[in-house]
Design a binder for this molecule. Structure first.
Ligand code: FMN
Length: 348
């Protein structure tokens, strides 16, 4: 089945299957997104921000920093979450007026207690009338300028798989594309993604459906393109610390040959650039110079390379960019020549 054509979302259509970088809070910051774009991500979505933050002068600074993007990152969506239709609509309007993103995306998948407890994110999968009211309010406020899309999970738990019904309701009020993470809220990020449910949504609604859940290789992309009718695929954790995943997939699709994994030198070059560019940006409205809060990102980049155990301990303590450069130099001197194709295939 060919994927639906959408003039307002031109990255979908016959012969196309765009690769999305999944929104990942705490990781898909503007610099990481830029790097993923350069390595081949087709479409990107900011991590989620609570709608109310855009409406609150005290929360606004961080909210705008989070959803910032450069023109090269387009097509770019801004993701918001919340349970109050009016506030969601207002926030979406403010974002569209200020940033003119290519689309607004609504989060109906987050399982985190701080989100679920305010009846937002995945908890709206247990209240489909409200899920629909939220979507309708956002659509009404911005659809004249940009399309609105949604990201859902399959349901709350195995006994309440509602993805098809939720998607139909969303499309009924004007949602123009839907990303489906093929896990339930209760599953969190564990276990296999349910591609049967994703496929049922793709067959059940007349808008493009993006499949998401453990897509981590060109082989998996080829299999899913063959066996499902999704209009696009979204890559999450496989891109954490490894933006090269997009290059690998695209080159394999183009040439039939999977290129070798990024070598250690390239990994350090990109990681150092990442840190430098992050340090150049304001954080919470202020300049900053320590790498403390970048630690999870540093660890993601160095997780599977030789010497990672020792690196982990060093990165636990690193605060300053110059110290990171020194760690990189030492690591390169020790391991820079290792052939990662063999090392990584042994570690998998
Ligand atoms: C650290 C982390 C943060 C995430 N933050 C968001 C988010 O802000 N918005 C969202 O819709 N999904 C978020 N997700 C879910 C991912 O977008 C994606 O649906 C999920 O990781 C499944 O894809 P994967 O199996 O390829 O990782 C997050 C996932 C992770 C691991």
């Amino acid at each position: 089945m060919e994927s639906p054509v959408s003039a307002r979302l031109p990255w979908f259509g016959p012969g196309k299957c765009p690769l999305y970088l999944a929104p990942m809070a705490g990781f898909t910051d503007p610099v990481f997104r830029q790097i993923c774009k350069e390595y081949g991500a087709d479409v990107m979505v900011t991590e989620f921000v609570m709608a109310n933050k855009f409406l609150d002068p005290r929360g606004e600074v961080v909210a705008w920093e989070t959803v910032d993007f450069s023109p090269e990152q387009r097509p770019m969506g801004v993701q918001i979450f919340g349970s109050n239709p009016e506030k969601m609509g207002q926030a979406a309007r403010k974002i569209v007026d200020r940033l003119e993103p290519d689309f607004i995306d609504i989060n109906y998948g987050c399982p985190a207690p701080r989100v679920v407890d305010q009846c937002a994110g995945s908890s709206l999968l247990t209240d489909l009338p409200r899920l629909q009211a939220v979507a309708q309010a956002v659509v009404e406020r911005v659809t004249m300028d940009v399309p609105v899309t949604a990201k859902i999970r399959t349901g709350w738990d195995d006994d309440s798989i509602v993805a098809v019904e939720a998607s139909r309701r969303l499309v009924d009020v004007g949602i123009e594309a839907i990303a489906v993470h093929g896990r339930t809220k209760v599953q969190g990020y564990r276990g296999a993604a349910n591609w049967e449910v994703i496929q049922a949504v793709a067959e059940g609604v007349p808008v493009p459906v993006v499949g998401n859940g453990s897509v981590d290789s060109a082989q998996e992309v080829m299999r899913l393109r063959e066996q499902t009718s999704v209009a696009g695929l979204m890559i999450g954790r496989a891109a954490l610390g490894y933006p090269w995943i997009f290059r690998e997939i695209k080159e394999t699709l183009r040439t039939g040959v999977t290129p070798p994994p990024a070598d250690i030198e390239e990994r350090w070059q990109v990681l150092l650039r990442y840190c430098r560019e992050m340090l150049d940006r304001p954080r919470r409205g202020e300049a900053w110079d320590h790498l403390g809060w970048m630690r999870p990102r540093l660890k993601a980049f160095t997780k599977v390379i030789p010497g990672s155990r020792q690196l982990r301990q060093q990165l636990e303590k690193v605060n300053h960019y110059d110290d990171l450069v020194q760690i990189a130099e030492e690591h390169l001197a020790n391991y820079g020549q290792e052939d990662l194709s063999t090392v990584l295939s042994e570690s998998h």
